[in-house]
Design a binder for this molecule. Structure first.
Ligand code: GUN
Length: 291
């Protein structure tokens, strides 16, 4: 069984990005600059944004964090987005989700200039990805394609079963896997909460992408011998023995599934670390005006 080590791969990619930033700077180019807007004090969001800012430092990017109070109005936030759209020094920016309930996230995402939308959430980028045009692919799907690519996982002609149809993982992943890219050309089945006979379908899969957010959902009896499993789940489950009182648990029952797999991503240390690196890759693209 091959362990698809996202942590190790993320470190390698960061080193490659840092080297490219050095070269950019040495040849008089611009230092890539990522901005992040964080509204309120959601625990998970504070951690994620913290990782994003720290990763920028590690690769030599500039970063700007706009931490706004959760009492701000939607109008105020849209004004901040407009300022970042117009700020020539900012190459790309993100608005961390979730937003407070009184702010409509769709309206905010739509207000972001698609050329600076390094999260790849704007409909223009989603549409371009669907058409196979150059665009920002959102972080988790991009991270998964990098894992498949770097570990030479063959996708062409394979049956890929995606469990979950979210806008930020399942749906884009199914589009990328069935497209004509390097990690595409698979026959894709998208399964979701209304799917019947799920086990019958997953048993036919050469590649399973589990992205439904239910810890331990994918059990050993649902996986064919030799399948590749990409576990996107990162649910915090209570664990009194853990430092924080919780630990991350994936969508696959690792103990049951891993002995059957030819390759699997662990949780933590699989897809998770690759998402931040993907944001850096998109920001580098933005700085080089490649989208
Ligand atoms: N919240 C959880 N994941 C993400 C992400 O990838 N981008 C943003 N902006 N918010 C998130």
């Amino acid at each position: 069984m091959l362990l698809l080590d996202g942590k190790k791969l993320a470190d390698e990619l960061k080193a490659e990005i840092a080297q490219e930033v050095e070269q950019l700077k040495a040849s008089g180019g611009k230092t890539p600059h990522l901005a992040a807007i964080l509204v309120g004090n959601d625990g998970g969001s504070l951690t994620y944004v913290g990782h994003k800012v720290k990763s920028c430092e590690q690769v030599g990017f500039r970063s700007t964090l706009l931490h706004l109070d959760d009492s701000i109005t939607e109008e105020f936030l849209l004004g901040e987005v407009k300022k970042l759209n117009e700020d020539k020094d900012i190459d790309g920016f993100i608005v961390q989700l979730p937003l407070p309930k009184h702010i409509n996230p769709d309206k905010v995402i739509m207000a972001i200039d698609p050329k600076k939308d390094v999260d790849g959430f704007h409909p223009v980028n989603v549409g371009k990805v669907t058409l196979g045009l150059p665009a920002y692919v959102s972080a988790t799907p991009l991270g998964i394609t990098k894992i498949l690519e770097r570990y030479n996982i063959e996708t062409s002609g394979k049956h890929c079963v995606v469990i979950g149809r979210s806008n930020i993982v399942g749906r884009p992943m199914s589009i990328l896997m069935s497209g004509q890219g390097k990690t595409g050309n698979a026959t894709v089945t998208v399964c979701h909460s209304k799917t019947k006979n799920l086990k019958e379908i997953t048993l036919q899969a050469d590649i399973i992408i589990a992205a439904l957010g239910k810890p331990g959902f994918l059990t050993g009896d649902m996986v064919k011998e030799g399948a590749v499993v990409i576990d996107v789940g990162t649910t915090r489950v209570t664990d009194a023995t853990a430092k924080n009182g919780w630990r991350l648990k994936g969508d696959a029952n690792y103990a049951e599934v891993s002995p059957k797999c030819s390759a699997i991503t662990p949780v933590p240390g699989g897809v998770g670390p690759m998402t931040v690196v993907s944001l850096l890759l998109n920001t580098l693209k933005a700085a080089k005006n490649e989208v």
